[in-house]
Ligand binder design. Structure first.
Ligand code: SF4
Length: 187
């Protein structure tokens, strides 16, 4: 299948990081399609809350959204097993690898990720993982350092009243987010 230039599949990690990301690539003239694949979000009910928020965002901002069927959490845990302390690398590989293959399958010329707007993510790791996945799967990777626009993205979503998550996604990050509070409250 030939790939459509000036088109991009945006991996959407959450609604609040996706809003400005989608707007940015549109402003540069790209035809944007969103893509949901985040088996790193636990538990399933949390995953679904974030997915619903992204669906509402796609309706409000009027961009098509592809949702990967199923909830591949077993694959996530297989990828990070025995390297939990460096788990973000396999987590990014899983999600950006899938996104790059999906772009190719859909005939979309390039892909990117809303991870690139978040100051809470390992930016260089996300960039390098995207570049590698693009080379492996024969599609382009659109890179921009959007971290300075993180608050702009939240301003876009504020009036939409979308669900807002309190931790990165995996059960490990949930523990890190809340364990200090728990221990503090017991002290
Ligand atoms: S902390 Fe976030 S990026 Fe890292 S493995 Fe967990 S969900 Fe993935």
């Amino acid at each position: 299948m030939s790939l459509v230039p000036d088109s991009v599949l945006v991996h959407t990690c959450c609604a609040h990081c996706s809003a400005y990301t989608v707007a940015y690539w549109r402003t540069l003239g790209y035809s944007v399609t969103g893509f949901w694949y985040n088996p790193n979000i636990h538990p399933f009910t949390e995953h679904n809350l974030r997915l619903e928020a992204v669906k509402k965002l796609s309706e409000t901002m009027d961009f098509p959204l592809k949702v990967e069927e199923g909830y591949d959490f077993r694959e996530y845990f297989r990828m990070v097993a025995w390297r939990e302390d460096s788990r973000c690398a396999p987590c990014f590989e899983l999600r950006l690898g899938k996104t790059s293959r999906k772009a190719r399958e859909l005939g979309i010329g390039s892909f990117t990720s809303s991870l690139l707007i978040s100051p809470h993510q390992n930016h260089e790791l996300a960039r390098n993982t995207g570049v590698k996945a693009a080379a492996e799967n024969g599609v382009g990777f659109l890179y921009a350092d959007l971290r300075k626009r993180y608050s702009d993205s939240r301003h876009i979503t504020k009036p939409m009243e979308l669900y807002r998550q309190q931790y990165c996604g995996c059960i490990y990050s949930e523990f890190e987010r809340y364990s200090a509070t728990e221990q503090g409250s017991k002290a």
